[in-house]
Design a binder for this molecule. Structure first.
Ligand SMILES: *Cc1c(COP(=O)(O)O)cnc(C)c1O
Length: 389
């Protein structure tokens, strides 16, 4: 079996082969067929790439080939954003009257799908504390079709026992779908422990350069066929150029992740004993309550950490404002460090009660360490923390 970097660079070689070393961009909305028979054939070729770009494009298929091999799944597909991957999959797999289980600590968009969109479609939802394995068992009902997992979770970096929940779900005939955005297949492979579907905001680490919005889904061909049928109708299609950029980003994912891991660990260790800091949430710290589980299912802990400033909201905002390298931005996963203070970002989005219910403390800053030199980032966060002491 070739290693991850070899896979990231060569797994797409057989798709739309060309003598051009860098794959051409198939900037076309549609494809021509030689004759009626060939046309009829490509029109029903699920996840094909020769009919109409909403149905598939060679640039999509190249990304999918690399992602499937990195995630150890039979197949993969691309969408226009991470949220398109989630909503398309959910619409493909559940119907009115079904029940879905999700986590309490989860990405904001996923939380809105669970809280607002699914109930409106007649799909009931239970959100559980992901650190409590038994809570997943208690939430299962005969109507449960799908369990949405996210580990580490955004922004609290809580860990889910992916293998244990996948086993529980399988025994009950339910599917599991894991958001692997924070870990990436370099640090964690949910399919290896039995998770049915893996999805990503490819906007983040997979692309890695903060210049593309994209999503991916990886799993069995049978499940992806069901989702692809819905993807044709939802139409959240990735542009060929964006798919080309995503493939270019994927080539260096296995090179970038070790630096993100090293920077995340170094920032977490540097900040955890600082007097201005109440607590650091990072699964690579031995003080993280789920460190043992994280170390069991992950080979690295990523570049994202959450820092609670001891003095609360104002201190968090001041800390963020003093950072020289990490800019105030909602993104993560790019080569440049970014930081966000959720409680101030949410001022216009959520009520005070909703902010309290999110479980995210007012003094929490999410730091996404880029691939800058470790010493520079450590010196910068320590200087910012000193300034708010
Ligand atoms: C950003 C993000 C998403 C949403 O992805 P988009 O590409 O922005 O639609 C989903 N899950 C996690 C963990 C994220 O960080």
């Amino acid at each position: 079996m070739p290693g991850r970097s070899t896979v990231a660079i060569h797994a797409d070689r057989g798709i739309a082969p060309s003598r051009a070393v860098a794959p051409p961009i198939h900037q076309t909305a549609t494809f021509a067929a030689e004759d009626a028979e060939a046309f009829a054939r490509v029109a029903v070729d699920r996840r094909g790439h020769d009919f109409y770009t909403r149905y598939g494009n060679p640039n999509h298929a190249q990304v999918a080939a690399v992602v499937a091999e990195l995630e150890h799944t039979e197949a993969a597909m691309v969408t226009a954003s991470g949220m398109a991957a989630l909503t398309t999959a959910v619409l493909g797999l559940v119907s009115a009257g079904d029940h879905v289980i999700g986590q309490k600590s989860t990405y904001g968009g996923t939380a809105s799908v669970l809280l607002n969109l699914l109930p409106r479609l007649g799909i009931s939802v239970t959100q559980v504390d992901q650190t409590d394995l038994a809570a997943f068992g208690r939430a299962l009902s005969p109507r449960t079709r799908l369990i949405l997992l996210e580990s580490p979770s955004n922004p609290l970096l809580q860990i889910t026992d992916l293998g244990a929940v996948a086993g529980l779900a399988r025994a009950h005939g339910a599917l599991t779908m894991a958001d692997n955005t924070f870990a990436t297949p370099v640090n964690q492979r949910p399919a290896d422990v039995g998770v049915d579907l893996v999805w990503h905001s490819a906007t983040k680490y997979l692309n890695g350069h903060s210049d593309v919005s994209a999503g991916v889904l990886a799993g069995s061909a049978e499940l992806l066929d069901r989702i692809w049928d819905v993807a044709l109708l939802t139409g959240a299609v990735l542009g060929p150029f964006d798919a080309w950029l995503l493939l270019r980003g994927l080539r260096t994912l296995p090179l970038r992740m070790p630096r993100h891991n090293a920077n995340g660990q170094a920032l977490a260790e540097a900040l955890q004993d600082h007097p201005a800091v109440g607590r650091v949430h990072y699964p690579g710290l031995t003080t993280h309550p789920q460190h043992v589980l994280a170390a069991k299912q992950m080979s690295g802990f990523g570049g994202v950490l959450a820092v609670e400033l001891a003095a609360g909201f104002e201190a968090a905002d001041a800390f963020l404002g003093r950072l020289r390298y990490a800019r105030r931005s909602a993104g993560l996963g790019g080569v440049e460090s970014l930081a966000v203070h959720p409680a101030s970002m949410w001022r216009g989005m959520l009520s005070e009660q909703q902010i309290a219910e999110s479980g995210v403390p007012l003094g929490l800053v999410r730091l996404a360490a880029g691939t800058e030199d470790t010493e520079d980032l450590v010196a910068d966060v320590l200087a910012a923390a000193d300034s708010v002491k």
